[in-house]
Design a protein. Sequence first.
Length: 388
Amino acid sequence: MAKKYFQIGQLVCEKLAERFGTPLLMLSLDEIKKNYKVLKKYLPRIKVHYAIKANPHPEILRVMADMGSCFDVASDGEIRTLHDLGIEGGRMIYANPVKTGAGLAACRSCHVSKMTFDSASEIDKIKAQCPEATLLLRLRIDNSSAHVDLNKKFGAARENALALMLQAKEAGLDMAGIAFHVGSQTVSSDPYLHALDIARELFEEAAAAGLQLRILDIGGGFPIPEPKVKFNLPEMLQQINARLDEDFADTEIWAEPGRYICGTAVNLVTSVIGVTERGGQPWYFLDEGLYGTFSGVLFDQWDFKLISFREGEKKVAATFAGPSCDSLDIMFRGRMTVPLEVGDLLLVPSCGAYTSASATTFNGFSKAKFVIWERVKAEVEPSAQTVK
Ligand SMILES: *Cc1c(COP(=O)(O)O)cnc(C)c1O
């Protein structure tokens, strides 16, 4: 019964809930390692910079650091978190195109010199506060098909790109390359290939203007399984890799995966704590809600899979709400499910990205606790010990 992605079974789920209580987040560090290796297998040239905003759990950061990964950071807080774990600034890229004074100060004290920008005002700030910086121009890539389109907020327009890069060079900064992000959970290679076309043209235009670029950062956006969404990841990555070899054979290639690294590595176990009926529809209240792990419903527009272990053919359309006293705290409406009862457990697989990272303790509910799967699996899954 080998699953392609980390997913615990019913008995294990019950044992874990009994032992640790719910809501509970099971984190598989082996899955983190596997995801990193898959990306490196299909895109062997990329220098991975894990975008820690997707899930900054210290165990994930440690495992990624041990495998040799670099990191994408966006704030002074993220820089200092990594610094405190002993990760040198040389392994970080400050990939927020609009930086704060505190962020630039953290760069100086933690020796972070790689950063992105997308406007002239940022060049002035960087020149004044981090004159030794190595810069990548963040390019805007129009991609209306992206699940979360970051290009609505960031990126220089194609027509301004060359002038901005030349301006950074004139300012005496190390103008080294181009970065883009096609949008999170992108399920086709097309936006990447489109971005690579534009980047190729800009590399040539820059060279003609006397600026030799040496780094290309293809960002994040690599997808994880999602209900009702189909894609072929190996094929996607092979197409991207072939284009990199064709058009950027002598360029250093970086990437900034977030979701792909951590998304499938976490399973949530949550309990039904209340059942009621309104307008002829059942309502189920869970001990985890929109202010917790399910914050991804709001901030990441994510459609979570809910797995119930209750047997039954007949399904009903139900509403699922969180435990807080706020009426916003409703996750799903019209979700088909077998009828549930108080005390039932629900399993939510692949919920490691943009979930706990944006959870709060609103209304006094603690954040769901994390347990590392590999440290408890021998106890709760006796067969795991004997399988070779
Ligand atoms: C959020 C972000 C990422 C990670 O994106 P994913 O879609 O999670 O892979 C990478 N780079 C930048 C600049 C980001 O803002």
